[in-house]
Design a protein around this ligand. Structure first.
Ligand code: SAM
Ligand code: SF4
Ligand code: SF4
Length: 335
């Protein structure tokens, strides 16, 4: 194995792979229905990387020290035969952990096969436990009951962890924080609050809609005593807290108020094989073109060059780049 670092001395450890660009939801903060309507051109099947192509890429990344893979989308569970991909990736030397990020609508039925194939962990997006608000926040597509049942199945399964992702928006679901926490208090499900981010250009992001980590924490502290705990490992995205008088963990993803670029060791691959070195990137590196025309030696050198020239730290310099209009959309790279 050859470890490589970027221009800011950050290694590469984590690869997030979007296996599907389409989605069965239309969350207004990600794929607003008026912009992603029936005329929107998603990828054609042949434009998406095949499982063999993803396997080839992951083998190269594993050779550079990547040991964690997250499968995401769009909605990854819309991709047919996903367990087949998980089995393939799990067989790669060095790949220790495979996680999935999903809206959970299609999870329950697929869960046993995903686990049998080697899935280690799952993150399920859950912005509220109010049935009507849930429906509305999914763009009138998702049913809360189905997702809650999937979370229960995941909890009882052999998965190593089940985390819930809640994107908090002022005036939309900021009054849902306590009920969400109460539901999963004293369980091993980790609830994580994500600051609403200015990813892409289509979701109408306004800084006034962002509820900052400190404000979320203050809100929680009115109800319960919580204490900060150490990260599980260097570069962990979420700040971790635990209750003083209850079991359970709470996480905060503070991309806006407390950027964590300094330890960012993640690369992202879109469903059509473009490599992004930052969530807010505007430049992409076309791995599919090289995969389909070149050998693995070329691919290795190409990826090494991309990483060694990386100097992204968007969240730290966000204020200087205000109004940039060329950012990649969240549904393309999956968070
Ligand atoms: N469809 C899957 C899901 O919703 O879990 C996977 C892809 S989705 C793009 C991944 C995560 O990004 C979700 O937890 C979603 O809530 C989050 N997300 C989407 N747009 C966001 C934004 N503007 N700011 C913060 N998080 C966002
Ligand atoms: Fe789909 Fe996930 Fe985006 Fe919602 S957040 S529209 S579920 S990709
Ligand atoms: Fe990493 Fe870019 Fe996010 Fe900073 S802004 S943490 S470099 S993805």
């Amino acid at each position: 194995m050859k470890n490589i670092t970027d221009k800011l001395n950050r290694p590469i450890k984590d690869l997030r792979i979007s296996v599907m660009d389409t989605c069965n939801y239309r969350c207004p903060y990600c794929m607003p229905e008026d912009k992603f309507d029936e005329n929107y051109q998603f990828l054609k099947p042949q434009e998406r990387l095949s499982f063999d192509e993803i396997y080839r890429i992951v083998k190269v990344f594993a050779g550079f020290g990547v040991n964690k893979i997250r499968l995401t989308g769009g909605e990854p569970l819309l991709r047919k035969n996903l367990p087949e991909l998980i089995t393939k990736l799990k067989s790669i030397n060095g790949i220790k952990d495979i996680a999935l990020t999903t809206n959970g609508q299609l999870l329950q039925k697929q869960l046993p096969q995903l686990i049998d194939a080697g899935l280690d962990r799952v993150n399920i997006s859950l912005d509220t436990i109010d049935k009507d608000l849930y429906y509305q926040m999914s763009g009138n597509k998702g049913h809360l009951k189905v997702v809650l049942a999937a979370i229960e199945s995941a909890r009882k399964s052999s998965l190593k962890s089940v985390k819930l992702n809640c994107v908090v928006q002022i005036g939309v679901n900021d009054d849902q924080i306590l009920s969400l926490l109460k539901k999963y208090q004293d369980t091993d499900v980790v609830v994580r609050f994500i600051e609403f981010m200015d990813v892409g250009n289509k979701n109408g992001w306004q800084k006034d809609s962002v509820l900052h980590f400190k404000e979320i924490l203050q809100h929680i502290e009115k109800e319960w005593k919580v204490n900060a705990i150490d990260p599980n490992y260097k570069g962990e995205v979420a700040a971790r807290y635990k209750y003083q008088d209850h079991c359970g963990e709470i996480g905060f993803i503070t991309s806006i108020s407390k950027p964590f670029c300094r330890d960012c060791s993640r690369a992202r691959l879109s469903a059509d094989g473009k490599l992004y070195t930052c969530l807010f990137a505007s430049e992409a590196f076309d791995l599919r073109k090289h995969l389909r025309n070149e050998d693995d030696i070329f691919l290795k050198q190409y990826i090494q060059n991309v990483w060694q020239n990386r100097e992204d730290r968007y969240s730290e310099v966000r204020h200087q780049l205000k109004g940039r209009k060329d950012k990649i959309e969240m549904y393309v790279i999956g968070g």
